[in-house]
Design a binder for this molecule. Structure first.
Ligand code: SF4
Length: 250
């Protein structure tokens, strides 16, 4: 018995104690900060250079729902654009994902836009079905990690389930390809009301680098109310967990 206790002690603390404040590597690309002094010419330069049109030419506003987090704009203007390691970048509105020049605060959930009953019903337990709609398995792997021994979002009653009939909502990854369109509708219809929809990753939110491809069918996204947008390429487990916690008011 004593030996077993010694082994357990030697393992130390495996889990992240505070999912809100856990520090991450400086190499992680999270929330960008754009200097308020970025000039008109510089705005145009990075906007034209961005491979996914995530930066507006006129205002210099960056849309995290489009951003591929390649950091090319930062390399081009290191004095004006800086990617921090702040992983709290989820929002429940597309406007919430916009990074304005001169603004240095993380995106957040707009409490007034959260659907009625969502918090009351799911705050204690939220079961989610994940659908990879043409994803490349990167965000999918990170979402799986959200439930591992380190991040352990199960401590809040949040977990992924195998069947949509056991789920309260759907988490979509990937840009939604033609081949996955019907499956997405079928899965969603199998979830009882009031089902929530979470888009995880740049590809799911905007199509990402595949935006405009004839292989995509994004009708489902356009037709439905989205409860949470979780940017990232791929999504970091802490971005996902913090976004869901904000949505549920945990
Ligand atoms: S980091 Fe984002 S905004 Fe900057 S160039 Fe890459 S995709 Fe565009």
């Amino acid at each position: 018995m004593l030996n077993k206790l010694r082994v357990i002690r030697s393992h130390g603390v495996q889990y992240v104690r505070n999912l809100r404040t856990q520090p991450v590597s400086d190499l992680f690309r999270g929330r960008p900060v754009i200097s308020g002094s970025i000039s008109e010419e510089e705005r145009r330069m990075v906007a034209d250079f961005c491979p996914v049109n995530a930066i507006d030419r006129n205002s210099g506003v960056m849309d995290l729902g489009r951003c591929a987090f390649c950091r090319e704009c930062e390399f081009m203007l290191p004095e004006k654009i800086k990617f921090t390691n702040d992983y709290r970048i989820a929002s429940n509105t597309p406007e919430g994902l916009l990074i304005l020049p001169g603004k240095d605060s993380h995106p957040s959930v707009d409490e007034d836009k959260i659907r009625k009953n969502i918090r009351r019903l799911f705050r204690g337990a939220l079961k989610l079905r994940q659908v990879s709609a043409g994803g490349d398995n990167s965000s999918e792997m990170e979402l799986s990690a959200s439930g591992n021994v380190n991040f352990d979002f199960g401590r809040y009653g949040i977990e992924f389930v195998a069947s949509p009939r056991h789920a309260d909502g759907i988490v979509i990854t990937g840009p939604v390809t033609e081949n996955m369109e019907a499956a997405l509708y079928i899965c969603y219809e199998a979830i009882p009301e009031p089902r929530i929809i979470i888009l995880a990753g740049t590809d799911a939110i905007s199509g990402g680098i595949f935006s405009g491809s004839p292989a995509l069918r994004r009708r489902f996204i356009e037709e439905h109310h989205i409860d949470l947008y979780v940017p990232g390429n791929p999504v970091h487990p802490l971005t996902f967990i913090n976004g869901v916690m904000d949505l549920l008011g945990i």
